[in-house]
Write a protein that binds this ligand. Sequence first.
Ligand code: ADP
Ligand code: MG
Length: 363
Amino acid sequence: MNASNIDTNEVLVDCQSVWKVFGANAPEAMKAVVERSLTKKQVLQDYKCVVAVSDASFQLRRGEIFCVMGLSGSGKSTLIRLLNRLIEPSIGKIIVKGKDIAKLNPAELRKMRARNMGMVFQSVALLPHRTVLENAAFGLEVQGISKGERNRTALAALEKVGLADWVERYPSDLSGGMQQRVGLARALAADPEIILMDEPFSALDPLIRRQQQDEFRRLTKSLGKSSVFITHDLDEAIRLGDRIAIMKDGVIVQIGTAEDIVAKPADDYVADFVAGISRIHLVKARSVMRPVDDFKRSQPQCDVNALPQTSPDADIGELIDVTMQSDGNALAVVEDGVVVGVVTVRGLLRGVAGMPAEELVAA
Ligand code: ADP
Ligand code: MG
C-alpha cells in the first residue's frame, strides 16, 4: 500500500453505538440501562456492574491516526479491545472492513486479527529468553509461518523501526524505548492494515517518548497504515492524532481535530484538559477570522482586498508573523483567490486566549 494514493474516505473500522458492561449481572444491568436509562453510578449501586463503555460510536478512516484520550478508568482499553474482539460488546456493532466482527467464526477472527489488526500494549511483554528477532517473529510463528520466512519478515520489520543491528540481542540488552519498538515491529511483521496502540509510550521518559511519537507518526504515514492510538496525555494525542476522541466515564464526549477540540471544548472536562495546551500552532486563521461583511460594517473605510493576505490554514504563529511584518492590524484570509474573512489583532488575541471568534455584531 502506497501512502500517497490511499482513499482516506474509506472507513476501516465502524464502531456503532457500542456498550460494554462488566460484572456478573451484566445482561440485566445492560437491559436496565436501555429500558430505564440508568446512570453509570446507578448501575454500580443496583447491579454491582461497571459500565466501561457507554454508547461509543466513531469511525477509523484509512490512513488516519485516531487518538482516544481520557483519564485512567475512562474506558479506553476496553474500547480498543472491543475493536478486535478481545472483548465482546454488551450491545452495539463493530464493523471492520465491511464485516460485522461478531459474526466471524474463530478461524475468521484469527485471520482478521492477523491481517487487519496488530496490537501493541503499554507493557510490551517480550519473551526474555528469545532474541529480538525471535520476539519480533513471534506472531508469525504462532501463525505457523516457516522459520526462514518469518525471520526475513521480522528482520524487515525491525529495520523499519531502526533495530536492524540488535536482532541477535536479548530484550534485557535494550532500553525501554527500544523494547517498545520491538513490540511495534512484532505488530508490523504481520503487515496489518490497522495498528491498535494502547498507551504504548506511557512508561517512557518524556524525551524518548517524543522521539517515539514522531517516529510512530512518520512510520504509520509512510507505510500507509491506519491506527487507533490510546493515550491519557492530551499533548501526545495532539502530536500524533489526525483526529482525537475524548472519553469520560465510558462516554466519548467529543471527537474532532486537535484544533476543533482546543478551540471549542465540548464541556468543562475537555476544557480542563485543553487549558494547559499552547494554541499557537493549533488554532488556524479560519477559526479566528471575522466574516468580511461583519468586518466592513465596523470599518467601512478599509479595503479588504488591499490588506496583507494569509490562508485559512495559517496558524496563529504565522498570523502573528505576517501581522508584525505589515503596518496594519488586520489580515485578509484568502481562499481560491477570494477574501473569505479578516483576522484582526483582537481576533488573534482571542485565539491565543482560547476564546471563540467574535460573534456577528448586529448591524
Ligand atoms: P482505561 O483504559 O481508560 O484506564 P479501562 O477500559 O481499563 O479504562 O476500564 C474502564 C472501567 O472498566 C474501569 O472502571 C475498570 O475498572 C473497568 N473494567 C475494565 N476491565 C474490567 C473487567 N475485566 N472486569 C470488570 N471491570 C473492568
Ligand atoms: Mg487502559
